[in-house]
Design a binder for this molecule. Structure first.
Ligand code: KG4
Ligand code: ZN
Length: 406
């Protein structure tokens, strides 16, 4: 065995990312090229644009991470790549390039599930911090991002992790709700960081949003869930107490905006934050059209009523995530919880999950903020146990947009 260095490549959605990680526990380098500027004007990811941007970015991003790591390809032990779930064309760019790199440098190729990657963003941090005592207990993992809201029971067996699906969303992912509500309120894309920053200025008890119990059966009768990761897992066999639904709160926010006359304010805000784009005078490739505005400027454009709405929305979403996650931990007897994915970067979420875990005497871990959203260090970290177990990808590996974890 060599140096224990794995090059990870991640292109499943709208970030082109590459990283070098040592033995699944130390990030040597990590580079993320975001396509936010490209997709912002559309208020969401446009698949065709994503593939094109990945094609442009993949070579410089991999080169940059190798340079920053101060290594050569010959120093690597393996190349790891996200095989799914994600956008078909976007996955294809990363997989094709990873295959070529592995072949040219005679390195083994390791396929990683994106959701397992998010879980290993936490394990990477833990393995780094508890070098002498790698935590080997089962954990309840909440993966909460723009494409996914999934609860898994993660279990280590002989160094390899296996996963059982415990719960999931039947419609939108939590991050998707953040993004849609932010768009509705004339804020930037992606919406999570904007709502996170503005929520602290509002009264979270102003608007009493509530989540009703999700009825699993209704979603089984010929209805296909609509999220990006929707087909990645069945709903039928799950305990309905652990099902999430975030499309209702989006509609409730919309209704609140209309009833309280907040729509004009939202439109004015969008015009001020994205003047060139709103007027149709600029294209996304113009530097002038990029949203350079800051959250402070957005704050100045929000009435107290809007800030209260934002705070109430976030409070309700975090509350619902907590209720189901801690409920599942209790039912399954899990003594530790991992929370990961883009929404896990949220300040209120970290604080309230941390407090609740403390009260219940449970261990709780998050990734570093930088590794909460999509990155490649988590892919290289997830590949390490597979490398040790000689679990390599077949030469004809292809992307699977609906790849299942459990
Ligand atoms: O993990 P990620 O980068 O991509 C997916 O796998 O989907 O997650 C992106 C999502 C977006 O919906 C974004 O709005 C949300 O994570 N997000 C946040 C925060 N930062 C990113 N949501 C709430 N608070 C944040 N601070
Ligand atoms: Zn992700």
């Amino acid at each position: 065995m060599g140096t224990g260095l794995i090059l990870g490549i991640e292109t499943s959605c709208d970030e082109t990312a590459a990283a070098v990680v040592e033995r699944g526990r130390r990030t040597v380098s990590s580079v993320v090229a975001s396509q936010i500027a490209t997709h912002a004007r559309y208020g969401g990811v446009v698949p065709e644009l994503a593939s094109r941007e990945h094609l442009r970015a993949i070579v410089p991003v991999v080169r940059a991470t190798i340079e920053q790591a101060g290594v050569g390809f010959k120093d690597l032990d393996a190349v790891a790549v996200t095989a799914g779930p994600g956008l078909a064309g976007a996955l294809l760019v990363g997989i094709t390039y990873a295959k070529a790199l592995a072949y040219a440098n005679r390195l083994p190729l390791i396929a990683v599930n994106h959701l397992e990657g998010h879980i290993h963003a936490v394990l990477l941090r833990e393995r780094g911090e508890h070098d002498a005592r790698p935590i080997e207990e089962p954990a309840l993992a909440l993966v909460v991002s723009g494409g996914h809201t999934h609860l898994y029971l993660a279990q280590p067996r002989d160094g390899l992790w296996s996963y059982a699906l415990i719960g999931r969303t039947v419609d939108d992912a939590a991050g998707e709700a953040y993004d849609k509500v932010a768009k509705l309120l004339g804020l930037g894309y992606p919406g999570g960081p904007w709502i996170d920053a503005l929520a602290q200025f509002g009264d979270a008890s102003a608007v009493p949003f509530s989540f009703s119990q999700v009825k699993a059966k209704a979603h089984l009768r010929g209805k296909t869930p609509r999220t990006k990761g929707a087909e990645t897992s069945p709903i039928g066999d799950l305990d309905s107490h652990f099902l999430f639904s975030f499309s209702g709160i989006k509609t409730a926010v919309l209704r609140h905006v209309d009833v309280h006359g907040l729509r004009e304010e939202a439109e004015r805000r969008a015009d001020r934050l994205y003047p060139a784009l709103a007027n149709g005078e600029a294209s996304v490739t113009d530097a002038a059209a990029k949203p350079a505005q800051t959250k402070d400027q957005a704050l100045g454009l929000c009435t107290q009523g809007t800030l209260d709405l934002i705070a109430s929305f976030q409070h309700a979403v975090v509350g619902d995530l907590m209720k189901k996650t801690f409920g599942a931990a209790e039912q399954l007897g899990a003594s530790r919880i991992l929370v990961t994915g883009g929404v896990a970067a949220n300040r209120e979420l970290r604080e309230r999950f941390g407090d609740e875990a403390g009260k219940r005497g449970l261990e709780i871990s998050f990734p570093t903020k930088a590794l909460s959203t999509d990155n490649a260090a988590m892919i290289a970290a997830a590949a390490w146990p597979r490398f040790e177990a000689n679990e390599f990808a077949p030469a004809d590996l292809s992307g699977d947009p609906a790849l299942k974890l459990a």
